[in-house]
Every structure is written in C-alpha cells, then in structure tokens.
Design a protein around this ligand. Structure first.
Ligand code: XMP
Length: 509
C-alpha cells in the first residue's frame, strides 16, 4: 500500500487513482497523521501531495518530520517536495515569478524516478521553489526558470518533484510514478477481481448470519453495493426501494425490473408518494423541502424495517453505497466551506442503531462502474447520470404538486429520450429538466396559451463540484424543444440553462 498524505492539493485524489491504475493500493491520509499511526499501517511508500499554502507561512500544514526517517521511500510532489527541503534544512523561497502550466525539464544524473528521460514536458503550478537542496540530495532536473525541478537522496530514498506527475499534462508522469513504486518494491496486487474476493470475505466475516437492510435508489453506488452483498449472502439482504412520488417517468418499473432481472431474493418497493406529497404541501422553501423529504424517507424506511423484522426476525446491519471520496470528504471537512445545500442521503444508523456495511468504501466512482461490469450489471444501469436523493422535489421549483410533477416527468422524459436517440446521453455528465413556478404566454393553434416555463440543464463535470454547461448542438436542442412544446400539455416555454457552477449549482434548488 502507498500512503498519500494530503496537504490540501487539488490533485490528491488523482495521485491515489494513478497509483491504483498501476496496480498498487493507495490510500489518502490527513497530514496530521502521526509517525506511529503511519508505521502501524506499514506502507511500502509514502507520497506527500501538493497544496495551496507556502511552507514558509506560519499556519502552513505541517507533518511529523520523523516520517522521513522511517526508512520507507518518500516522494514529495510540489508542496511535498518543499516540505522535505525545508524540513531537512534546505532553503525554500519565492521564485522569480509564478510558474503555471506546461514546461520542459532537462534531466541530469541518475535519478531512478527519471530513468530513461532527458527533455520532458511536465506540468507545474507553483510560486515557491527550492533554492537550496538539503545536504546529501542530488539535483536531477531543472527548467528555464526553476533550477531545482527535482531532487533525491540516494541513501535515504527520499524524492522530490516540483512538477505534477499525476496530471495528464505530464505525459510521462505515470512512468515516473511507476519508477517510484519500483523503488518502494510495492507488490502490484490491486485489481478488481482480487478486490471483489476481499470484499466478499469481509462482508461474510462482519455479518455472520445476521440480516442487512438497504435502501436502494437505482443509482450506481447503491446498485453495485447491493449486488455485491447479494452475491455474497443472498438470503440475508433485504432491499427497500421507496417510491416517494418524486421519481422520473417509468423509474419505479425500471428499478423493479432491474432487481428482478438480477434475481434479488428480498426486494421490496414501498409506495409512499402520498406521505411525501402531503408533507410537501404548501412548502416553498428549498431547504425546508429537502429536510421534509429526508425526514419522510427515514420514517417510511423505519416503518418498513419494523415490518420486515416482525416477519423475518432481527435486522442488525444497514448496507450503504458510500464510496471513497464520500469518506474522505466527510472525514476532513473544510473549515472554510459553507453549506450550500443539505444533500439528502439515507443516513439512518444513529437513530436505528444499526451497524454499517459499506462494501464500496475503498473505491472511486469509475472503479465502482468497473466493479459493476465485472459483476455483470447491465451497462445502461452503470452509466446512468447522477440523480439527487430528493428527486423531482428539487426540480419542481417552489411548491410541489402532482400536476406539476406530471408535466415535469414528460418534459424530462423527452429530453433524455432525444439525448439517447442522438447518442448524446453519454457525452454529457448529467442532464435533466426543471419546472419553474411561473407561467408565460404562448400561442398554440389559434389559441392563446398561458402555461408553465421549463428549463433544460445539461452539464459537463468530473465530480459535480464544478460544472460547465454542455454545448448541445442547435439542431438537437431545436428537436427537443419542438417535441416538448408539441407533446406536453401545460408548457409554453423551453429554456436552456447556460450557467456554470460556480456560481450556479447543478440543481436549481
Ligand atoms: P449541486 O446542485 O449541489 O449538485 O451542484 C451536485 C451534484 O449532486 C447531486 N445532488 C444530490 N445528490 N442527494 C444526492 O445524492 C442530494 O440531496 C443531492 N442534491 C444534489 C446533483 O444532482 C449533482 O449531480
């Protein structure tokens, strides 16, 4: 295992992903990890990530410098390299100017990480620079403006790169990371089939003969997690799908038939649309709507759990589709981030005193999709766009009603249908429609029409944190708009949202 220590760099996840792609397990830890904790984990190598601070700042994130004496190879990237330099009595200071973007390094000497490389394109993003390498370090490359773009200590196996080997714009970056793994003598035993076997063993050990309940939504994470648990202990898993009346067109049928196709032994769908819609009556505020939907979910879920316990006996575990980035983000909340929206997911354990089973807790989204493929889950189910927990409840802006939901379902269906028919669904990260709480005038036939305004939104994103609007071809937009206006009663205008996130968010509420 390679331990990646996070100093707040935006590419920290990318480092872990690249190491995993090279066949070695990588895990991310906070920079506050102590040398004792790290030693217990027994990593083959340690990578210190980049970060936005300057090592010379008073409040800069630090690390336990004894980590450099463990005899374990350490690679410092950007800020990580500067930390090594400063920690071992080298000098770090501001460079002549900020170096940002592509650059060329000239390699000299025999740095094992840069083996076989001479003049290389790399990607840099830094202000500070190492002015003087620590004693016994060899400088192994430079750029026009940065005289120490890499350095290493042959005796201690400490390496520093001022540039980022983990990004796409360093074409030989993967080779450099692979060279580091060789220095670590790390075994390349991280692959999905071995991972599945490991997870199944863990599920069995943890749950024994006890029962698990799991809320499933049709989303990729809960789907793959439930299939993994089901394949391991089919008779012990009870999946519950709650139809809250805020689902898209045909969603209930789709999810029911998907789970039927996969031969789940205990799959229950609960029709709770009445509970949700009456709780939402007269509510306009988005945050309040989110809270009501979240609470109602818990109530309905608890009721179903009790009913199942009466029939099948005690349920001790709650299965969840938590993935690796979810954990990292919740373990290290940023003091500076303010709450934008209260995201709704099924978080019940505290109240229900259930123990957790989270089979995907070690994986990234694309790995989850790969796992799903290995588990023979239908491809279309694995490639679905994200869908928010509160569903159409946050896409009917303002007060929700059955009539508005019906209109929105039809509009959304046409939009997605056309994207799929025109091979555009997979070209955008997420696409959906929303219904505004205003009406506008139109003319249909010879009649004046006064009806709802709808918006279409499609975005390109990597992780939903930032997003740009998708450039859907004019002709396709025209077709979609014309179908909506002709086929859906109650809509007089179709708008296309061209807001980026930030400052907008992906959903409207
Ligand atoms: P925002 O609107 O915050 O959305 O820019 C970012 C991504 O998160 C999805 N989203 C949610 N997902 N529960 C979820 O599981 C929620 O409450 C929720 N709200 C937003 C949104 O669809 C987008 O993919």
């Amino acid at each position: 295992m390679i331990a990646v220590i996070n100093f707040g760099g935006q590419y920290c996840h990318l480092i872990a992903r690249k190491i995993r792609e090279l066949g070695v397990k990588a895990e991310i830890f906070s920079h506050t990890i102590s040398v004792q904790e790290l030693k217990k984990l027994n990593p083959d190598g340690i990578i210190l990530s980049g970060g936005p601070a300057s090592v010379n700042q008073k409040d800069a994130p630090k690390m336990d410098l004894k980590i450099l004496d463990l005899g374990i190879p350490v690679l410092g990237i950007c800020y990580g390299m500067q930390l090594i330099a400063k920690g071992l009595n080298g000098t770090v200071d501001k460079g002549p100017s900020k170096e940002y973007g592509k650059s060329i390094i000239s390699v000299k000497g025999k740095d094992p990480l840069l083996k076989g490389l001479k003049k290389e394109q790399v990607w840099l993003s830094h202000f500070d620079t190492v002015k003087k390498a620590p004693k016994n370090f060899v400088v192994s490359s430079s750029t026009k403006t940065c005289s120490i773009s890499s350095m290493y200590s042959p005796s201690k196996k400490l390496f520093g790169l001022q540039f980022h080997p983990e990004v796409h714009h360093t074409p030989n970056g993967k080779k450099i990371l692979s060279n580091f793994l060789k220095e670590c003598k790390a075994k390349k035993d991280w692959n999905l089939s071995s991972a599945i076997k490991g997870i199944q063993k863990e599920i069995k050990q943890k749950t024994g003969k006890e029962k698990i309940i799991m809320g499933v939504s049709g989303g990729v994470d809960s789907l793959v997690a439930s299939v993994l648990i089901h394949k391991t202990i089919p008779g012990q898993l009870f999946c519950v799908f709650i139809d809250n009346g805020l689902m898209r067109k045909n969603e209930k049928t789709y999810i029911e038939s998907l789970y039927k196709k996969m031969k789940f032994r205990h799959f229950f769908s609960v029709n709770a649309s009445e509970e949700f819609l009456s709780a939402l009556k007269g509510v306009f505020d988005p945050e309040e709507k989110r809270k009501i939907i979240g609470h109602t979910f818990i109530e309905v879920f608890e009721k179903k759990a009790k009913e199942l316990e009466l029939k099948h006996g005690k349920i001790s575990f709650l299965g969840q589709g938590t993935i690796y980035p979810d954990r990292i983000e919740s373990a290290e909340p940023s003091k500076t981030t303010s709450k934008i929206k209260s995201h709704h997911n099924l978080t019940l354990p505290e109240k229900m005193s259930l123990k957790l089973v989270e089979p995907l807790r070690e994986f990234y989204k694309d790995e989850v999709r790969e796992l799903g493929k290995t588990l023979k889950i239908p491809q279309d189910a694995l490639q679905r766009h994200p869908f928010p927990g509160p569903g159409l409840g946050v896409r009917v802006l303002g007060e929700v009603s059955r009539e508005k939901l019906e209109i929105l379902r039809e509009v959304d269906f046409i939009f997605i249908d056309e994207l799929k028919k025109n091979n555009f669904y997979s070209k955008t990260w997420q696409a959906f429609a929303a219904l505004f709480p205003v009406k506008a005038v139109g003319v249909k036939g010879d009649e004046r029409e006064y009806s709802f305004v709808v918006a279409l939104r499609a975005v390109n994103s990597v992780d939903g944190m930032t997003a740009d609007w998708t450039r859907i071809p004019d002709k396709l937009l025209e077709k979609i708009s014309s179908r909506i206006l002709n086929e859906v009663n109650g809509v007089s205008r179709v708008l296309y949202d061209i807001s980026q996130k930030p400052p907008a968010t992906i959903e409207f509420e």
